[in-house]
Design a protein around this ligand. Structure first.
Ligand code: BES
Ligand code: ZN
Length: 445
């Protein structure tokens, strides 16, 4: 499978960032990257132009690990695009050890997961509450930001915006939302619904929060499809699971990764941290581009950098609950954050909006807008149904409020309304307590 790493040709619409303004933090020093062995000449030429360091450390299965100067990464990115028609086309690693592990297949997962479908009642109570219009609204809000670039102020603001949005979905104190700091402006956002009986087993559903287009920090990068659509899909799944008061047996984590577009950096940071803390992740679903229907079938499962067993589970979820058509395809390289988990030996899947060849040609440009998806979110809704059934069937557990109407979820109310309502309830119960107290006191008197 690693043979195909990075050997993609002509990803439509992919442009190479990046023009950092002078005040952006510069990156210096030696870095380790993994890159298709066929592109080594390109990397060597870029390094030679600046008299910079260049060293091929190891090559295997068509992929090489090289030591490269951080200052030349931008130029390499451009050359990879021009000469090899790849977006990015290399992965930036935090350490030599991590880069080397990109050459080898991951260790098999320690847990054997039972993919039996036995949560139909909960799934069928949740799915009708998912609303395409809410996904549409969230894509609209995210894509209205100037960009969500990992180093820009608006990219940073996107993180706190999303945290606040997710926080508004529940008053439950066991549900936590944290910002994961990577050392650059944008932070990843992680919402956790703790598991009841299998809390040490973690199910992750994620997508990437950042967007990119030429111009870096100051670019216009709406990223409506790539990947506001995935984040909006996750947001709607989360809203409904919390509205129904879902209490999973396994711990569920919803993740909006920072800095995917610049080498899967956010997800790699999180995977590194989870490995260090020995967090046992049993399944990962990546939603990256869900709203552009470019092909004859609805949902395309990427076969590379993913788990075949978990993908089969997904086909069963689609057939049983989603009511959509599906096919199999491949990215041909580590195209999104699922690859960070896959490399760590975690079962991962990447259901995609179209065949790779027919995917949205406007991504990574200022034209990646909602218009490209017909100003509706009908396609993304299928992925919301899939993601919700994945969370429930793999997370197991129960709904504490299965009949909750979507009209009464906190997100529908302005905070002011909510406080008024709370105030009224509090006043009413206080009055009750006082009356009861008076009765007690009265009777004592
Ligand atoms: N969403 C894209 C990947 C993608 C594009 C998948 C088109 C399928 C069709 C993703 O956000 C992306 O751009 N990834 C980078 C990965 C790289 C930086 C490791 C890419 O493709 O260059
Ligand atoms: Zn993407």
């Amino acid at each position: 499978m690693h043979r195909t790493l990075l050997l993609v040709a002509g990803i439509a619409g992919c442009t190479v960032p990046v023009h950092e303004p002078d005040d952006a933090p510069a990156e210096y020093g030696q870095r380790y990257i993994s890159i298709g062995t066929d592109a080594i000449g390109t990397a060597r030429a870029v390094a030679a132009q600046h008299g910079a360091m260049f060293d091929v450390i190891e090559s295997e299965n068509g992929v090489s690990v090289i030591a490269f100067d951080a200052e030349d990464l931008e130029e390499l990115s451009e050359q990879m695009h021009e000469q090899h028609h790849r977006c990015g086309g290399f992965i930036l690693h935090e350490s030599l050890e991590e880069a080397r592990s990109a050459l080898h297949p991951p260790l098999a997962s320690e847990v054997t997961i039972d993919y039996t479908l036995d949560q139909a009642a909960a799934v069928n109570a949740v799915l009708p509450a998912l609303e395409a219009n809410r996904i549409l609204g969230t894509i609209g809000e995210l894509s209205a930001m100037q960009n969500r670039y990992y180093q820009s102020p608006s990219g940073a603001a996107a993180s706190t915006w999303l945290r606040d949005r997710w926080r508004s979905f529940t008053a439950r104190t066991d549900v936590t939302i944290e910002l994961f700091d990577h050392g650059y402006a944008q932070q990843s956002v992680i919402l956790t619904i703790p598991g009841s009986t299998l809390a040490n087993e973690v199910v992750v559903i994620g997508g990437h929060l950042d967007s990119i287009a030429v111009g870096g920090n100051t670019s216009t990068a709406p990223g409506a499809d790539d990947d506001a659509s995935g984040i909006a899909t996750l947001t709607e799944i989360t809203r409904v699971l919390l509205a129904k008061d879902f209490r999973p047996a396994r711990t569920i984590k919803v993740m909006a990764y920072a800095a995917e577009e610049v080498g899967l950096r956010g997800s790699q940071g999180i995977v590194r941290d989870f490995k260090k803390r020995e967090v046992n992740v049993v399944g990962v679903l990546q939603l990256d581009m869900t709203n552009y229907q470019g092909s004859d079938k609805d949902i395309w499962l990427m076969k590379d950098f993913t788990s075949a067993a978990q993908n089969t589970f997904l086909t069963q979820l689609i057939d049983t609950y989603v009511g959509a058509t599906w096919g199999l395809d491949a990215c041909g390289y580590a195209c999104s954050d699922h690859a960070s988990w896959y490399r760590a030996g975690v079962p991962a899947s990447m259901p995609f909006e179209s065949r790779m060849k027919q995917s949205n040609r406007s991504i990574h440009t200022r034209n990646d807008t909602l218009e490209r998806s017909g100003n509706n979110a009908a396609h993304a809704l299928k992925f919301a149904r899939l993601g919700a059934s994945f969370a429930i069937e793999l997370g197991k557990g129960e709904l504490w409020n299965p009949t909750a109407s979507t009209l009464t979820t906190p997100s529908d109310e302005t905070p002011a309304c909510r406080w008024t309502l709370l105030g009224l309830l509090l006043a009413a119960s206080l009055a009750g307590v006082m009356l009861a107290g008076r009765n007690v006191l009265t009777s004592r008197w």
